[in-house]
Design a protein around this ligand. Structure first.
Ligand code: PBG
Length: 325
């Protein structure tokens, strides 16, 4: 045979494969989500998310320091609100002394260089478990957006570097940007969950925060997973409204969306490798059906290859250890 091209030449050794690898994983590509609870010295494992924990502020701070030492540059904070503080108005979400606000302060005090992002949505604070205010069985858009803007300012006041609205209300990015500007927070970023789908893969997360919707589902605000063009519409609007980073969520069943978005916008794209995606790998590995380490690296590389500049993932810490960066 006289072949002109032998594609296997570029695959023949680890050295050559590394030289021509098109996609790399680095610690700075990861966003590590953290679940914060009240109390002290508490670290409780989430049953549907093996080896992932809810932590009181003191231990969350310790974790953040560890993540920083590993080279991870960004955490995304979620809080589990006490039942008695939940209502239909987001009261606790705006409390300057609330768990989120205290968490932000403690983390920024202990690790000022870490980029701290915060979840902005009402579900952890809602007696209905919905991302917005409920009126007559409906999740109402505009009154919710007003509260999300106040919540964002409150997080910025506490020291958040980025707010991350995960609610999928219309026009919230623009209103949040306006509120930040009006309050002098000209350096606070917005990472918008722009194309967030109504997905069954959020199940374990809702266990973690006890935030499952009390009635109905989230299909009147989160996107229909049948749609792709609609994701383009959503991200373009968020870009116009002033988002600094747009996100696609979940990740693995939405790689086409990540690519579509990456080809559409000129700002960074993130993807959220969500709780159910974490749980699937953990469960299969526990059964001995998948090699966990390989599954983690292949999944995260695939998400980056699809076009995600940043990946929010519960595997952030493990992945950084695996890549030995
Ligand atoms: C809610 C929110 C959800 C997640 C992040 N923010 C769940 C939902 O929309 O019901 C899911 C994250 C995950 O599953 O890992 N605002």
């Amino acid at each position: 045979m006289h072949l002109i091209r032998r594609n296997r030449i570029l695959r023949q050794s680890p050295a050559i494969r590394a030289m021509v690898a098109e996609t790399i994983l680095r610690p700075e590509h990861f966003i590590a989500p953290l679940f914060i609870i009240e109390g002290q010295g508490i670290e409780e494992e989430i049953p549907s998310m093996p080896q992932y924990y809810r932590r009181s502020v003191d231990l969350a701070v310790r974790e953040v320091k560890e993540l920083w030492a590993l080279g991870i540059k960004c955490v995304l904070l979620f809080i589990k609100c006490k039942d008695e503080l939940k209502d239909n108005k987001g009261t606790e979400a705006l409390n300057p002394g609330g768990l989120m606000q205290r968490g932000i302060k403690a983390i920024k005090d202990a690790c000022p260089d870490m980029c701290v992002m915060t979840d902005v949505a009402l579900d952890p604070f809602s007696s209905y478990g919905h991302d917005g205010i409920v009126e007559d069985g409906e999740i109402v858009n505009d009154p919710t957006v007003d509260i999300l803007a106040l919540m964002s300012v409150s997080h910025a006041q506490a020291g958040a570097d980025f707010v991350a609205p995960s609610d999928m209300m219309d026009n919230r990015v623009g209103v949040i940007r306006d509120a930040l500007e009006m309050n002098g927070f000209t350096k606070t970023g917005i990472m918008s969950y722009s194309a967030k789908y109504a997905s069954c893969f959020y199940g374990p997360f809702r266990d973690a925060l006890d935030s499952a919707p009390g009635f109905g589902d989230k299909k009147t605000y989160q996107m229909d997973y049948a749609n792709r063009s609609e994701a383009v519409k959503e991200v373009l609007m968020d870009v116009e409204e002033g988002a600094d980073i747009v996100m696609v969520k979940p990740a693995m069943a939405y790689l086409d969306i990540i690519r579509e978005v990456k080809n559409t916008v000129t700002i960074p794209v993130s993807a959220y490798h969500v709780s159910g995606e974490y749980a699937m790998i953990k469960a299969a590995a526990k059964m001995g059906w998948l090699n966990e380490e390989k599954a983690i690296l292949e999944s995260l590389t695939g998400i980056r290859r699809a076009g995600a500049d940043l990946v929010a993932t519960y595997f952030a810490k493990e992945a950084v250890k695996l890549i030995g960066a």
